[in-house]
Design a binder for this molecule. Structure first.
Ligand code: SF4
Ligand code: SF4
Length: 340
């Protein structure tokens, strides 16, 4: 293994951009597949290349990954290679997929749940999506798979967090990851649901209280929190890991620092170069590998936490301000401004 200082230890892989939902907040505008998605042979070769570069954890994502015919073949190979394989699904095809998940050795899944029934079905643009996803989750839990919910908080569902928590407890979810919706893809046309930065405080407060109750693992996603008092993360945020220890793969083989980043962040494609050539090129992923605090702008410019924070989640900052290093969605900033 090379001594290159950055390794793609954690990977998000968009198997396909195809999706059987049409969520109003979808940052990837999923629905139709990308014009030239990887073949199964190319996908299996990519897994070999990732294993050689030191990938340890990989999340199968989309679009809807369960719509990709090879998802379980990839999952099996990942597990055989010693790479922990997770999946994030919208839940519509979950129940039928459970035998294949078990066969592949998958033991932990995340399901996107964005509110109680009416709100979830509205956000997901599908009349029965809540019921179907919940049925799949229950079946997964019965079969020994640890299931968690992943929720994008916006103005459409912020008022339902307590109801969701109570429901998730009843269902027996293992974890709940809470992140904020950012203004990218289809969400750009639904900006009226975008949170006010001040609402981050309410979300942080909610997460903290539920963590204290200790009944379920409630964790903030990468774009939620930062140096809260009291803290809601085990360790202080150490800056966006995109292109440092995290990598995103689009369904056509394009490589980015993080799967959530838009296409202008593509650094290469595995169809034209090896993954190692792309990843270990000192000229790529420069925005994050060679950070210095003078790159910070706007809200983050004179922040005392600028190093190590680096402006928080790159995609959230970029979606909100057009700058990678200017992030209004920061609890620390809101707390300082309010002098809480
Ligand atoms: S203001 Fe910016 S740099 Fe400071 S903690 Fe918040 S996101 Fe990080
Ligand atoms: S862009 Fe955001 S979600 Fe992606 S690695 Fe950076 S902090 Fe995490």
């Amino acid at each position: 293994m090379s001594d290159f200082p950055f390794k793609p230890e954690v990977v998000g892989w968009e198997l396909t951009l195809r999706c059987n939902m049409n969520c109003i907040h979808c940052g990837s505008t999923a629905g139709e597949p990308r014009p030239n998605e990887l073949t199964e042979k190319e996908g299996l070769d990519l897994i070999d290349q990732m294993a050689e570069l030191g990938t340890k954890i990989l999340t199968l994502s989309g679009g809807e990954p369960l719509m990709h015919p090879s998802w379980h073949i990839y999952a099996k190979k990942l597990v055989e290679k010693g790479i922990a394989a997770y999946i994030i699904t919208n839940g519509l095809l979950l129940e039928a997929a459970i035998p294949k998940m078990l066969e592949a050795g998958m033991r932990r899944i995340g399901v996107s749940i964005d509110g109680m029934e009416k709100t979830h079905n509205f956000i997901r643009n599908h009349p029965n999506s809540f019921q179907i996803a919940m049925k799949g989750i229950k079946k997964a839990i019965e079969n020994g798979i640890a299931a968690g919910a992943i929720t994008h908080i916006s103005k459409a569902n912020i008022g339902e967090m307590e109801d969701m928590y109570q429901h998730f407890l009843k269902v027996g979810l293992s974890f709940w990851q809470i992140q904020i919706t950012f203004s990218q893809g289809r969400m750009k046309t639904h900006d009226d649901y975008a949170l006010d930065p001040q609402q981050m405080l309410d979300i942080a407060d909610f997460i903290y209280k539920k963590q204290q109750e200790g009944k379920m693992q409630v964790v903030p996603g990468d774009n939620m929190g930062y140096y809260c008092e009291p803290p809601i993360t085990k360790r202080p945020f150490k800056g966006c890991f995109a292109g440092r220890h995290l990598m995103g793969v689009d369904a056509d083989g394009s490589i980015k620092g993080c799967l959530s980043l838009p296409r202008e962040f593509v650094e290469g494609n595995i169809r034209t170069e090896s993954l190692r050539t792309i990843w270990e090129d000192p000229q790529r992923f420069k925005y994050n590998r060679y950070f210095s605090t003078d790159m910070l702008e706007g809200y983050c410019k004179d922040c005392p936490k600028g190093d190590p924070c680096r402006g928080g989640c790159t995609v959230t900052a970029y979606a909100a301000t057009g700058s990678k290093f200017n992030n209004p969605y920061c609890v620390y900033r809101v707390m300082r401004e309010k002098q809480v």
